[in-house]
Design a protein around this ligand. Structure first.
Ligand SMILES: O=C(O)c1cc(C(=O)O)c2c(n1)C(=O)C(=O)c1cc(C(=O)O)[nH]c1-2
Length: 235
């Protein structure tokens, strides 16, 4: 017989699968090898805005956790992105992905070319984690249940269809496969433990649906922004 815990897990997994951004038309085109170099660079540049805010939202979540064990767990996520020192970590690896695709790191770091809809989507996620309690903030990270799969498909697609991107630049995606699996396993266990009432369960599912909307909106904004393409092509 299924328990409330397994029923909640099923609901969360269903949302993370059915509403995930791997189904977004821009992502579908990316993985089918149909993006132009300018479109792929636009995605890398705009997604950097998301990447650099992940440790910010994780710091906000860390401040809500009330035991050393939990804070240590979340601090490790910040270190995954920021590294232990300069030149390490996920943010650095994303900058190298940009360089492998012909984007100067200063262009990513300036943030000047980030499109408005991406700023709003990322702000929405950071503020959600700032304002909601730990159950919802951690549940929102559960899109990562689907992230390892999308990373593996992406590595394959980049190697196959975008050979002009140097392979060393794909290290970001390779690292995220294991990190995403570990992160989502830990976060799922916390959410299943913390959700004690049907209202808690609904809040957790709604938080995850919201996060799917964040990722979807981000790709909508990248998909519809073509103003920089003239400048981006070939640069
Ligand atoms: O490229 C992707 O499809 C993708 C998706 C997600 C996600 O599902 O939230 C994350 C990442 N990448 C990622 O690289 C990452 O570091 C990350 C952290 C989080 C989070 O919510 O804490 N999601 C994701």
């Amino acid at each position: 017989m299924s328990t409330p815990r397994t029923r909640l897990e099923e609901r969360l997994r269903a949302v993370a699968q059915e509403r995930y951004h791997d189904r977004h038309p821009f992502n579908v085109r990316m993985h089918a090898g149909e993006l132009t170099p300018a479109e792929l660079r636009r995605w890398i540049l705009n997604r950097f805005h998301y990447q650099r805010h992940i440790p910010v939202k994780d710091a906000l979540i860390t401040a809500k956790l009330d035991t050393s064990r939990l804070r240590r767990m979340w601090l490790r996520r910040i270190q995954d992105h920021d590294g232990a020192t300069d030149g390490e970590g996920g943010i650095e690896r994303w900058l190298r992905l940009g360089e492998a695709a012909g984007l100067d790191r200063d262009r990513l770091l300036s943030g000047d070319e980030v499109v408005p809809g991406v700023r709003l989507a990322v702000d929405g996620y950071v503020n959600f984690c700032r304002l909601r309690g730990p159950l919802e903030a951690v549940a929102a990270s559960l899109t990562e249940l689907s992230a390892p799969g999308i990373m593996l498909t992406r590595i394959d697609a980049f190697e196959r269809y975008y050979p002009w991107i140097e392979r060393a630049g794909l290290a970001y995606f390779r690292n995220r496969v294991g990190q995403g699996r570990r992160d989502s396993t830990e976060a799922l266990d916390l959410v299943l433990t913390w959700a004690r009432t049907p209202e808690d369960e609904d809040r957790a599912v709604a938080a995850l649906a919201f996060k799917c909307d964040v990722l979807w909106s981000l790709l909508d904004a990248v998909d519809h922004a073509d103003t920089k393409d003239g400048q981006g092509e070939g640069t």
